[in-house]
Design a protein around this ligand. Structure first.
Ligand code: GUN
Length: 295
């Protein structure tokens, strides 16, 4: 049997490089015009290792496209009132184009309150209800970074979507739910018939097997196996997990929500972990920040 893979890679690194080159050239124009670079602030509360890694990647990405960034680090003991005070200050900071508060937050802070406190004009994560409402209605606004990054990835590689059956696995506020809306909109990419599945879905396999485009954001390592996927499907893996692996120098390996080694060979297009959706999420944040600076 031949081992040659027939699928094509949805390469988020390559796509990001192309999009970031465009962002850098537009950022230079904004900087020249207003005499200051686009400026993103990121708030990190507490000591979650993964969150720190993400925020540091975002700050680094800003520098790579000529943006200014500010990292605001607060201890895990920060109270909800203190964080809300900071957000009020950032909302009024004319030196900023947008800011994000990295999630998850420590348990004693209500994430919903925090999300609602961010002024929609500064909400470059696209998490505020006004941003989500604008997305649903197709009005201009900030799109949530991960779903927007996936749409950009499909656009970059010219993956046909119109009329296809897109199955989304997972209904989180920041990925699954907005993803289902973006794929069903009358836009290109878009125009899919969408099924949104979740933990209460019955006979999930019978549904995922009908997917022309399968987008998986369930947060469970290697959850989607080959028997759950139709031959020739487009598979987008949003998950990222560290799995202990003593054979690796660093003691772990990264896997997604999809069992890549058995699903990729069945796919027509496949997004790897790492190097698929991850870089696109950060690129979307840069796009939103540029949009904010161009106002
Ligand atoms: N936590 C996981 N993903 C994200 C994201 O895109 N933005 C923020 N603020 N927190 C996150």
């Amino acid at each position: 049997m031949s081992d040659v893979a027939t699928y094509r890679l949805l390469d988020g690194k390559q796509c990001s490089e192309a999009v970031r080159a465009e962002i850098a050239s537009k950022a230079a124009a904004v900087t020249a015009q207003r005499g200051r670079a686009p400026h993103l602030a990121a708030v990190l509360v507490g000591n979650d290792g993964a969150s720190r890694t993400y925020v540091e990647s975002k700050v680094k990405a800003c520098a790579s496209v000529g943006f200014r960034s500010s990292l605001i680090e607060l201890p895990a003991s920060t109270t909800e009132a203190e964080l809300l005070d900071l957000i009020a200050k950032l909302n009024g900071d004319r030196d900023l184009d947008g800011f994000i508060v990295q999630l998850p937050l420590p348990k004693h802070i209500n994430e919903e309150k925090v999300t609602l406190a961010i002024d929609p004009s500064q909400d470059v994560d696209g998490f505020h209800p006004e941003s989500l409402g604008r997305m649903v209605l197709g009005l201009p606004g900030f799109l949530p970074a991960t779903p927007a990054g996936i749409v950009e990835l499909l656009r970059h590689y010219g993956v046909p979507t119109a009329g296809k059956h897109c199955v989304v696995v997972g209904r989180s506020n920041i990925v699954g739910t907005p993803m289902s809306i973006l794929m069903s909109r009358n836009t290109e990419p878009g125009n899919c018939t969408v099924t949104l599945t979740h933990s209460r879905t019955k006979d999930l396999t019978s549904i995922t097997r009908q997917a022309d485009i399968l987008i998986v954001a369930i947060g469970k390592p290697e959850f989607i196996t080959a028997d759950m996927v139709k031959e020739g499907a487009v598979v987008v893996d949003v998950g990222i997990h560290r799995i202990t692996d003593p054979t690796k120098k660093r003691g772990f390996r990264l896997v997604g929500d999809v069992k890549a080694q058995e699903v990729a060979p069945k796919s027509s297009w496949f997004s790897p972990v790492p190097g698929g959706v991850g870089p696109m999420t950060i690129t979307s944040l840069l796009l939103n920040t540029l949009k904010a600076a161009q106002r």
